[in-house]
Write a protein that binds this ligand. Structure first.
Ligand SMILES: *[C@@H]1O[C@H](CO)[C@@H](O)[C@H](O)[C@H]1NC(C)=O
Length: 270
């Protein structure tokens, strides 16, 4: 039983694949239209420096490259973006910017720093576009330097090419004022493209499986663990204060193979 069992008790590798398929399928087939026309509330990128600054300023940037407001999926995109009110979204019709990012026709693009990934959804391709599907697309692609674990983000995390997850299993959800989460985020930025940093709120009932998987009880938290999707193995950082240095040493020991050598079974150390 692997880490994927976190988001569904009956999930095997195969059903994980089919779950991803279902989401993509839903994205392609369901058809609902929305009438929101509120482009006024979105940032418009008029040149390359503006686009670069926008992408640079956030963990995850979403740009709707639409030639004009009559484009296929335009209203659905705005409606979906409005639902994702914390996600930075901009619009761009400037061809000079399109060229810079290799855009040739109306496209919704996601630029991610955590795994150095760009996701492009071409709207000209023959598939149906609806607001719910686009909202799901944005949700599961919203992989930040620190992503809070839940059923929706789990799908995106497992789709990433970066297969190693560093978990902070704590007793609270995402909070900007939590010093431990800040430390976690600081370290996460140093491992962009190598490891994904995931916050697991141990107080959320569905996350009990994560604790179980690592052999932890609520009273043991907070703890740091690594899950490696390549080998489907897990390691737990030894008990003690979680400092920047200890966390980096733990991550480095995985990346240089030392952790795997010391503990090839990927057993947990309590
Ligand atoms: C609006 O954009 C579409 C592509 O989405 C294009 O085919 C159409 O010619 C454009 N219309 C105008 C008036 O520019």
């Amino acid at each position: 039983m692997g880490f994927c069992s976190f988001f569904s008790h009956r999930l095997s590798v195969f059903s994980r694949v089919s779950m991803v398929f279902l989401i993509v399928f839903a994205l392609l087939t369901v058809c609902v239209t929305a009438d929101d026309k509120e482009s006024g509330s979105f940032l418009t990128l008029n040149d390359v420096p503006a686009a670069e600054a926008f992408i640079d300023s956030v963990d995850v940037a979403v740009i709707g490259f639409f030639e004009n407001e009559t484009g296929r999926g335009y209203n659905e995109f705005l409606a979906a973006a409005k639902q994702m009110d914390k996600l930075p979204v901009a619009l761009c019709s400037e061809k000079e910017v399109w060229a810079k990012y290799g855009i040739v026709s109306d496209t919704i693009s996601i630029f991610r720093k955590a795994d150095l990934h760009q996701e492009h959804l071409k709207l000209s391709e023959p598939k149906k576009i609806d607001t719910d599907g686009l909202t799901r697309f944005l949700t599961l692609n919203n992989i930040q330097f620190v992503t809070e674990y839940n059923q929706a983000t789990a799908v995106g995390l497992f789709q990433s090419e970066v297969k190693t997850h560093v978990l902070l299993i704590a007793k609270s959800g995402s909070s900007d004022s939590d010093p431990l989460q800040q430390l976690f985020r600081d370290v996460a930025q140093k491992y962009a493209g190598k490891m994904l940093f995931v916050l697991v709120n141990g107080k959320e009932k569905p996350n009990a499986r994560v604790l179980e998987y690592f052999g932890l009880k609520s009273r043991d938290l907070p703890r740091i663990g690594i899950y490696d999707g390549g080998s489907d193995k897990k390691w737990l950082m030894k008990k003690g204060e979680i400092t920047n240095e200890r966390l980096q040493n733990f991550c480095d020991s995985f990346l240089d193979g030392e952790l795997q050598k010391q503990n090839p079974g990927g057993k947990t150390e309590l």
